[in-house]
Design a protein around this ligand. Structure first.
Ligand code: AMP
Length: 192
């Protein structure tokens, strides 16, 4: 099964993705983590850091290059969970094209919903715990703006495919996961 997890920064995607990938035994593809990983490669890393630290999206071609390479690996052949990807309509269309090469498709889109005020307070709390350079007040508001202008419209694209399920992210982590589990159990993966 191929699942896209959409949610604004601070909605609790990371925690839920971990639980879901354990339950389904599929790989967890977080483009945020992949991009942070490139920071060790000096030239590419410097370019990527500029985007991440400014709370701006990395260019689609760069993200697609990393994702497409990862999708060729053997553990991704039976499915995966996309976390933080796609983030633009262009990425969503390129992902569909890439999956279609092997007669695959996105089976389910989880839309994790949390109000903006709650998101800001969660992110500021996380900043003090994890010391992430992109979790300061200025970058947080840039990332939320990017989410609501560039990523949220993706939901309409996927609604057109009839595969979006809404999740109330304000509940406790266990209750959120229960909602996710029932959406997953109600989904039949399509192939070919
Ligand atoms: P995340 O860990 O998902 O919150 O991502 C951290 C940062 O990485 C984002 O604020 C973007 O700068 C960058 N990023 C992650 N995923 C993508 C993506 N799919 N497209 C563009 N930029 C991304």
């Amino acid at each position: 099964m191929r699942i896209v997890f959409i949610g604004p920064p601070g909605a609790g995607k990371g925690t839920q993705c971990k639980r879901l990938t354990q339950m389904l035994e599929i790989p967890h593809l977080s483009t945020g983590e992949m991009l942070r990983g490139t920071r060790k490669e000096s030239a590419l890393g410097r370019i990527v850091s500029g985007y991440i630290d400014g709370g701006r999206l990395a260019p689609d071609y760069l993200v697609m290059r990393i994702v497409n390479k990862r999708l060729l690996e053997s553990d991704c052949q039976c499915g995966c969970l996309f976390d933080g990807f796609p983030r633009t309509l262009n990425q969503a269309q390129m992902l569909d094209e890439q999956l279609a090469i092997k007669n695959n498709r996105v089976d389910l889109v989880l839309d994790l919903r949390v109000g903006q005020e709650e998101l800001v307070s969660r992110l500021l709390k996380r900043a003090s715990i994890e010391n992430r350079a992109d979790d300061n007040a200025e970058t947080i508001s840039a990332r939320l703006r990017v989410f609501f202008t560039q990523t949220a419209p993706l939901l309409d694209y996927y609604k057109g495919q009839g595969i979006v399920r809404h999740i109330d992210g304000t509940r406790s982590p266990d209750e959120v996961f229960a909602q996710i589990r029932s959406c997953v159990q109600a989904t039949k993966p399509k192939h070919g």
